[in-house]
Design a protein around this ligand. Sequence first.
Ligand SMILES: NC(=O)C1=CN([C@@H]2O[C@H](COP(=O)(O)OP(=O)(O)OC[C@H]3O[C@@H](n4cnc5c(N)ncnc54)[C@H](OP(=O)(O)O)[C@@H]3O)[C@@H](O)[C@H]2O)C=CC1
Ligand SMILES: O=C(CO)COP(=O)(O)O
Ligand SMILES: [Zn+2]
Length: 348
Amino acid sequence: MFEKTTWIKLPRNVLVGHGVLDDLSAALAELYLSGRPLVVTSPTPNELAGDRVRAQFDDSATVTVDQASFDAVERVIDVAEAEDAGYLVGLGGGKPIDTAKMASDRLGCGFVSVPTAASHDGIVSGRSSIPEGDTRHSVAADPPLAVVADTEILAEAPWDLTTAGCADIISNYTAVKDWQLAHRLKNVEYSEYAGALSQMTAEMLVESSDAIKPEFEESAWLVAKALVSSGVAMSIAGSSRPASGAEHLISHQLDRLVPGRALHGHQVGVAAVVTEYLHSGERGEWADIRDALKDVGAPTTAAELGIDDETFLEAVTTAHTIRDRYTILGDGVSDAAAREAAAFTGVI
Ligand SMILES: NC(=O)C1=CN([C@@H]2O[C@H](COP(=O)(O)OP(=O)(O)OC[C@H]3O[C@@H](n4cnc5c(N)ncnc54)[C@H](OP(=O)(O)O)[C@@H]3O)[C@@H](O)[C@H]2O)C=CC1
Ligand SMILES: O=C(CO)COP(=O)(O)O
Ligand SMILES: [Zn+2]
């Protein structure tokens, strides 16, 4: 008997462009959401855009979170219940968006993503990343019903956040290679469609890198569109596999060793240079990844991340323990192999 089933959860309305923040309520009107919104935000995004969001609703409540944590998720759930909110609007960077995504998943209510930074593909995906104990990687949570990404706001955000978003997309190259490897060696289910979409998203971003420059609103548009596409690839796959391989494991390990030292996207970009070398050796495509990162102004060395060489190497040699996800790191690379890869590629 044929037993395969597919259930793909995707956002229904995705708005990317200049001034679209003011179309938020129109985008939501089409979704038949009921009740009033609870805006989940953090201090800077609230100051930048909170009033423009609240002005579009007759009635709303707001809760501000300072960090992504399970305490913050609990607090949002409490406020949502106390305020009798019908759905949650995550306004800000990954911190409020992931907190709102997780809280709405727990509450069983709708979630809408209004990113103020194009810093990683979590702003669109059905994945939420809330640190708990030693766990740093994302877990499944229903994706946003709508995404409203105003490029005017994204373009005015600190440039580092945008280059981090670019690097998160560039790392899709190695993520897809790891996924294909796991398919060949461990029979992990692989989606050709999701893999191709993820890879094409990285290729298109790299091909447009000349247009990715600070103060060009088009840069924010290109990056936001790529983040949407990467999020869709994850939704099709039903996992973060299309956008998260060994380079993400290394980044998660860095988050444990030196929390908050560098942005997620920057870490996965630098780690991707090393994991590409591990995949394809001295003559492989690691230099293309490094050059793509350089072209968008993202870091390419451990030092540029503010991380010392030994800590970076410790992350590479221990990253395979992070989660049950087979990658080029296998059951662990030796210190000598990690050192060789990182030194040859100029990462250390
Ligand atoms: N779901 C997923 O797949 C993923 C989720 N994540 C999660 O996302 C978080 C990191 O994402 P990131 O976006 O860097 O985090 P933040 O939400 O912390 O945003 C980064 C910083 O930028 C500020 N900021 C946001 N928007 C603007 C703006 N328009 N102008 C000026 N400053 C702005 C924030 O201010 P303020 O301090 O006031 O908030 C904050 O200081 C982590 O919690 C991580 O776990 C990361 C990767 C993937
Ligand atoms: O950041 C992500 C994809 O870019 C999510 O990946 P993780 O599942 O490894 O957290
Ligand atoms: Zn990522």
